[in-house]
Design a protein around this ligand. Structure first.
Ligand SMILES: *Cc1c(COP(=O)(O)O)cnc(C)c1O
Length: 348
């Protein structure tokens, strides 16, 4: 008995259409890093086929993606050594330059390359400073082998719509980048800040049907549905405990279903008592600690049988955002944490 992650192709298409509706004039760089946010790169064809570019964080991801598509790939990490540059060119990547130490290798290219320049507008993670950016433009503009496709930056707080950083980063970005193509918006900015859309938008989490904000967005459709079967059902009496550490104790006669999924599959160990799971269209509360292979659920209020399918997340009635809240994390971490023990299947 095992856990299954079903990946909805129609939900991917739908969510991409929401990106297009929100930013009709921008080209789309769909972010498929971290194995398409844990959805498996070979199961997200609708977004691969219908985007202008595909964003990955490092070369091994680009290699894997290149086996399924000829679309241009944006390599966010860029390159440091000439050998990495050669590999990136071979994979037909557009290469991000985010640090001045990357410039000599880029400027010494022997073949034509397409690059993106990333500038730091306040997140202070990757990106050239304004003065480094001007120096870089001067240096690279005269190199006929270098085609500067776009200048990009990244928001630190776009999931908080009214955070003052959003305006200050946008202001910084606009100040130095009039004469080039530009890209700034991730999912949160695509949905909330049209002034940040520019020439290319970079949707990630919204493609997978997850709201980038604190509230659920019912216009987005969940792409991954995680499910597992009921393996056992028992009745316990008041005073009996459930699971490791005996942390949950029944206060009355209780029916407990044991489900074949645990933190070894990527279900969060920190999910609290009361975290909802969906059984036969009814939400039931998790009880006791999550173990490696199993969780326990109070099913006293429903009819259920061994073998019945239990949905852990990815349903209109049970969104992954809710599970993230109950386990003090974000949906990004849950999605990218589904383990290789789970069977992934493609569904319409
Ligand atoms: C991951 C990533 C995105 C997408 O962010 P979401 O919040 O998932 O939409 C956009 N831009 C860059 C540079 C990223 O690394």
């Amino acid at each position: 008995m095992r856990a299954i992650a079903s990946i909805s192709q129609s939900a991917l298409t739908h969510n991409l259409s929401i990106v297009k509706k929100n930013s009709p004039n921008a080209r789309i760089v769909s972010m498929v890093k971290a194995n398409a946010y844990g959805h498996h790169i070979d199961l997200v064809n609708p977004i691969i086929n219908q985007s202008d570019l595909l964003g990955v964080s490092e070369r091994l991801e680009a290699e894997k993606l290149r086996q399924t598509t000829n679309k241009p790939i944006l390599l966010l990490s860029g390159v440091i050594k000439d050998q990495e540059l050669q590999q990136a060119i071979k994979l037909n990547c557009q290469i991000v330059v985010h640090d001045k130490t990357q410039l000599p290798v880029i400027n010494n290219t022997k073949q034509a390359i397409n690059i993106w320049i990333k500038i730091n507008t306040g997140m202070n993670r990757l990106g050239l400073s304004t003065s480094e950016y001007f120096d870089c433009m001067k240096l690279l503009e005269n190199n006929p082998l270098i085609n500067i496709q776009c200048v990009m930056s990244h928001f630190a707080c776009s999931d908080e719509i009214n955070h003052p950083m959003n305006q200050s980063q946008l202001f910084e970005f606009k100040k130095s980048t009039h004469s080039t193509k530009r890209s700034m918006a991730n999912s949160a900015a695509i949905l909330s800040n049209p002034a940040s859309h520019f020439d290319y938008v970079r949707p990630g989490i919204m493609l997978y049907g997850v709201s980038p904000f604190d509230t659920i967005n019912h216009n987005l459709k969940p792409v991954m549905q995680l499910s597992a079967p009921i393996m056992s059902i028992k009745t316990i009496k008041a005073g009996d405990s459930v699971g490791y550490g005996a942390t949950w104790i029944a206060n009355k006669l209780t029916t407990i279903a044991t489900i074949g999924i645990g933190y070894g599959d990527g279900y969060p160990r920190h999910a609290k008592n009361g975290t909802p799971v969906l059984i036969n269209n009814t939400l039931c509360p998790l009880v006791g600690r999550v173990s490696m292979d199993l969780i326990c659920v109070d099913i006293s209020n429903i009819n259920a049988n061994i073998g019945d399918n239990v949905i852990l997340w990815g349903n209109q009635q049970l969104r992954i955002e809710t599970i993230a809240k109950h386990s003090s994390t974000i949906a990004y971490e849950l999605l990218t944490g589904v383990s290789s023990r789970v069977t992934f299947i493609n569904v319409i």
